[in-house]
Design a protein around this ligand. Structure first.
Ligand code: NI
Length: 179
């Protein structure tokens, strides 16, 4: 089942997310539908608020750009350490169609989360996966990548963001691997 991707301006993207208790069939079904929705939009990351659910869950699949990668599910994630070194990388977001900007973020993070099997994992991550995790984690923290931009950059985007809020720009699959 495909979910409708919630776009910039929708309240759900700014709502507090709840921890997931039991990882039961309903959670497994949401995860399966999220992957389906993400692949249909040709995205490589998708967080639960983007499909209208205020729960602490996101999915990532970097295999289209790195064949050694596979599907990853992050349940109740917590980034508990950010490295000092930063990187500038261009980002896009399925919820903010047509907008792509350079965002500065820490290169390396440490994260704790649960897998779909309920296993607790503690990982140190760098490179592009670290970037994608930070973007998706932000969605759970009610933050969008445009929030990280300078006031000047944001003001230049204002017209486009308003158009997205009014539903004048729709989500379309793109070759840009949106998050
Ligand atoms: Ni996003």
């Amino acid at each position: 089942m495909l979910y409708e991707i919630q776009t910039y301006g929708k309240d759900i993207l700014r709502q507090k997310t709840e921890k997931i208790g039991n990882i039961d069939d309903s959670v497994r079904e949401i995860v399966s539908n999220m992957f389906e929705t993400m692949y249909a939009a040709e995205g490589i990351g998708l967080a639960a608020p983007q499909i209208g659910k205020s729960i602490r869950l996101f999915v990532i699949d970097l295999s289209p750009i790195d064949e050694s990668e596979k599907k990853r599910v992050f349940i109740n994630p917590e980034i508990y350490e950010y490295g000092k070194e930063t990187e500038d990388i261009e980002e896009g977001c399925l919820s903010i169609p047509t907008v792509r900007e350079i965002v500065t973020r820490p290169a390396r993070i440490k994260i704790r989360y649960q897998t779909l099997d309920g296993q607790h994992v503690d990982e140190e991550v760098d490179d592009f996966l670290s970037r994608v995790i930070q973007h998706e984690y932000d969605h759970l923290e009610r933050t969008l990548f445009v929030d990280h931009l300078s006031t000047l950059k944001r003001s230049l985007l204002k017209k486009t963001l308003n158009q997205i809020s009014r539903g004048e720009i729709e989500v379309e699959a793109s070759e840009n691997y949106e998050l």
